[in-house]
Each structure stands twice: as C-alpha cells, then as structure tokens.
Design a protein around this ligand. Structure first.
Ligand code: NAD
Length: 245
C-alpha cells in the first residue's frame, strides 16, 4: 500500500475519528487498541464495509517489544507505515503532592515513551523511503499550565519538545513531524469532569461549544495532507479559542 496510517489508541474518542477520517482520505488504516478489541474490530468492519483498507492491532504503547511486534504485523499486512498518529494517552487529576511514583511513571510511559516507541519502530521504513509524516497529540495543557494536572501537563509539554526537535532532525530526510493541541474535546476522557463542569467549559470557550473528535481529525488530516507539505515542527491548536485567542 502507498499510504499506510497507524493511529494509536484508536478504538474510541479522537483516535477513532482520526482513523475514520484517514480511511476516507484513502489511507490503509491500522487501528491500535489496548484492551477494547471488540470496538477496534467493529471499526475495522465499518471501514472495510465502506471499501477502505483497515486492520486492528493490539499493543500497549508503553511496551517497546509490543510496539515493535505491532509495527512488524502492520508491515507484513500493508507495508511500511507512511503516517504515524500518536494519539494514545491517559489523563487524570490529582494534587501534585498526591502524585505517586507509579502514576508519574505510567503517564510518562504511555504519553511520552509511547510516542518514542512508535516513532522509533516506524522510522527505519520512513528513513529508507526518505518520506513520512508523524503527528503527535499534545494538548492545550502542553502549552499552558494546568492545576491538578501537573503530570499530564508535563507529558504534553514534552511531546511538543519531541515534535520540534525531531522535526529539525528529520527534515533533511523529508519526514515531517507536527503536533495537534486539542482543547476540551467531548470524549470519554473528559466525562470524569461531570456535565456541569463541561457545560461551564463550553461557555468559557469563545466558539461556545466543546470540540468534537472530528474537529481534531480535521486538523490531523490537514497536517497529513499535501497542503501541509511545507509545515513541520508546528503545534496546531484546535480549542475553539479557549487559550489561543
Ligand atoms: P480517550 O480516553 O477516549 O482515548 C484514549 C485512547 O488511548 C483510548 O482508546 C485508550 O484505550 C488508548 N490508550 C490509553 N493507554 C494506552 C496504551 N498504553 N496503549 C495503547 N492505547 C492506549 O481520550 P481522547 O480524548 O480520545 O484522547 C486522545 C488523545 O487526545 C490523548 O492523547 C489525549 O491526551 C489527547 N487530548 C484529549 C483532550 C480531550 O479533551 N479529550 C484534550 C487534549 C488532548
């Protein structure tokens, strides 16, 4: 396949919308999931039913060996990954003094090392082809501080550093590295905040609503597209103006 996209954590939420959008845009899509095999396979059935190429691949992105094995399976089925979307992530709230070593390490293992593992696994093919596109998923909390989300915010700041530095390093190989920074997006991840808080957050958003997974999928699709062929090392914030206006 000419265009092969691997989207981590794509059985639900933003990742699922990204996978759907990329399939519609003509990519063979690899849907990585951690535990929700049923949902991943449901999405594969939906996409293949619509005439798209798709496969589901299990891996904990925090586990380097599992990621390497996942990428090997993808390469055997569709060929090398040409577009990597690092979407898998975990979030949660805690006062900083209550953050345990386990929590800190798991957040970094998934949100940051997960991206390192997938990038290092797909890079040999991209470097060989002297082409490729990598899109990381940061957050507005990777651009601004977030009270009670210090750990999450640190991982998302780090992803921006990874994006900018790697973009410099890989530009001579014609591999673009960019980042999306979603605002508050209506997915399972934010339901813990409760409906009242979500309503208040929508009101605080200049565009007057929460984001949808499809809003972020559109930003990813743009960064992946030919229209963005001169764009690398950038952070595209999609937050309805929440922090950016
Ligand atoms: P979500 O919780 O619905 O989805 C996260 C996905 O990541 C799930 O499918 C989950 O199974 C997967 N995942 C978690 N740990 C994994 C692991 N170790 N290996 C593989 N997959 C794993 O949340 P979402 O809102 O769709 O979030 C997607 C991304 O967007 C995350 O990186 C998140 O930090 C980021 N983000 C979300 C928001 C928001 O408001 N929802 C805002 C900014 C950034």
């Amino acid at each position: 396949m000419d265009r092969v996209a691997l989207v981590t954590g794509s059985s639900r939420g933003i990742g699922r919308a990204v996978a759907r959008r990329l399939a519609r845009d003509g990519y063979a899509v690899c849907i990585n999931y951690l535990t929700c095999r049923d949902k991943a396979e449901e999405l594969v059935a939906e996409l293949t039913g619509a005439g798209c190429a798709a496969m589901a691949v299990q891996a904990d992105v925090a586990d380097r060996a599992a990621v390497n094995d996942m990428v090997r399976r993808v390469e055997e089925t569709f060929g090398g990954v040409t577009l990597l979307v690092n979407n898998a992530g975990i979030a949660g709230q805690a006062l900083f003094q209550d953050v345990t070593d386990e929590m800190w390490e798991r957040y970094f293992a998934v949100n940051l090392n997960g991206a390192r593992h997938t990038i290092q696994a797909v890079l040999p093919h991209m470097l060989h082809e002297k082409a490729g596109c990598i899109i990381n998923t940061s957050s507005i909390w990777g651009q601004h501080g977030a009270s009670c989300e210090v750990t999450y915010s640190c991982t998302k700041h780090a992803l921006i550093g990874l994006t900018r530095s790697l973009a410099m390093e890989l530009a001579p190989s014609h591999i673009r590295v960019n980042c999306v920074a979603p605002g508050v997006i209506d997915t399972d991840m934010v339901q813990v905040l409760g409906q009242e808080t979500l309503r208040a957050l929508a009101q605080q958003t200049p565009l007057g609503r929460l984001g949808t997974p499809e809003d972020i999928a559109a930003a990813v699709a743009f960064l992946a597209s030919e229209q963005a062929s001169f764009i690398t090392g950038q952070v595209l914030t999609a937050d309805g103006g929440f922090i950016s206006v």
